[in-house]
Ligand binder design. Structure first.
Ligand SMILES: NC(=O)c1ccc[n+]([C@@H]2O[C@H](COP(=O)([O-])OP(=O)(O)OC[C@H]3O[C@@H](n4cnc5c(N)ncnc54)[C@H](O)[C@@H]3O)[C@@H](O)[C@H]2O)c1
Length: 304
């Protein structure tokens, strides 16, 4: 509590998963939070969640890739709360495609999305932060920033560009006491159960021959900590980078990925310490905004 007392934050991209949980945790630590999302419904829902818990925030609809929208968000935040100390950016678009099938429009849309939002949010937020002695900018990456991913050339290129952008802007802004750091999640627990497939949740599912698709069990077998990150894991790392506890850190990347990035690639932890994905599913609870959402259910809606 109070780790971010008197600080003011903007979160760009704030649905109930990573962004909304970050907004929740920043506000719980005392920050006043502007929540901007391209979806009005998502922004409003997140702010309603904060207000229901007596936390301070306001919602804006806007595109993190729009110079005008981001400028407006910063102006409204400063007008309302008098300053800006923290900016968290995760806005962008993903187009999955085999590299030979990649459409040029999709490529431009993806590759221009995450780093463009990075540039625009950094420019407007840093200009506001320098007026009050500095601040902390945090970009949410992905393991895609560090590895190649089949069918993910556009996403990987976009997140890798955001990583390099963050490091460079950290150097440009260091003398202004504006720190720029990143957080790298791997595939998240909410993502795993909502979009990934396997035979447990869909008995008709067959593993496609194409690369880039794997079952939950295969993914779990790669995780040294035998678990996936929850949105709250990303939010805790973000709170730390937003707070003065990390005041000597800039240009750094925090991997919040159960050890995935730091293992030897050909070593599969699951082969040495097996964990059945069904047992794993029974041991976790999905969350929204970092709060329990109820037990996992299978394709028939039955608890697993
Ligand atoms: N879910 C995962 O497994 C995972 C893994 C690694 C990294 N990430 C990254 O974490 C971030 C958030 O992931 P999530 O799972 O919470 O996603 P999500 O889709 O649940 O939420 C993303 C939110 O951002 C908003 N948004 C998208 N584009 C925007 C834009 N241009 N301007 C403003 N708002 C915008 C969406 O409306 C949505 O509310 C993304 O940057 C994603 O690439 C996610």
């Amino acid at each position: 509590m109070d780790r971010l007392k008197d600080k003011v934050a903007i979160v760009f991209g704030a649905g109930p998963n990573i962004g909304g949980t970050i907004a929740h945790f920043l506000a719980r630590e005392g920050a006043r939070v502007c929540v901007m999302d391209i979806s009005q419904e998502a922004a409003n829902e997140t702010v309603q969640f904060l207000r229901d818990r007596g936390l301070e925030g306001f919602a804006l609809t806007g595109n993190g890739r729009s110079d005008e929208d981001v400028k407006n968000a910063v102006e409204q935040t400063v007008a309302r709360y008098g300053r800006l100390d923290i900016a968290v950016n995760m806005a962008g678009r993903v187009h999955w495609s085999h590299v030979l099938d990649m459409k040029l429009d999709d490529w431009h849309d993806s590759v221009a999305s995450f780093p463009t939002a990075g540039l625009i949010t950094t420019q407007h937020c840093a200009r506001a932060m320098m007026k009050t002695g500095g601040g902390s900018i945090i970009h949410i990456l992905s393991t895609a920033a560090h590895f190649g991913e089949a069918d993910g050339a556009a996403y990987c290129a976009a997140k890798a560009a955001l990583l390099s952008f963050a490091r460079s802007s950290a150097l440009d802004l260091a003398h202004l006491n504006i720190r720029v750091n990143t957080v790298t999640p791997c595939s998240m627990e909410h993502q795993l159960w909502s979009t990934m497939k396997d035979e447990m949740f869909d008995p008709n599912w067959k593993q496609p021959e194409r690369t880039g698709f794997y079952s939950r069990q295969e993914y779990l077998d790669q995780m040294p900590l035998r678990r996936f990150p929850k949105a709250s894991d990303i939010a805790w790392a973000t709170v730390f980078l937003a707070s003065d506890e990390s005041s000597c850190m800039t240009g750094a990347d925090l991997a919040v990925d159960g050890g995935l990035r730091h293992k030897y690639p050909t070593w599969s932890p699951g082969k040495h310490y097996p964990l059945d994905v069904r047992d794993y599913a029974r041991s976790i609870q999905l969350t929204r905004y970092g709060e329990p959402q109820g037990p996992l259910t299978d394709h028939l809606g039955e608890p697993v």
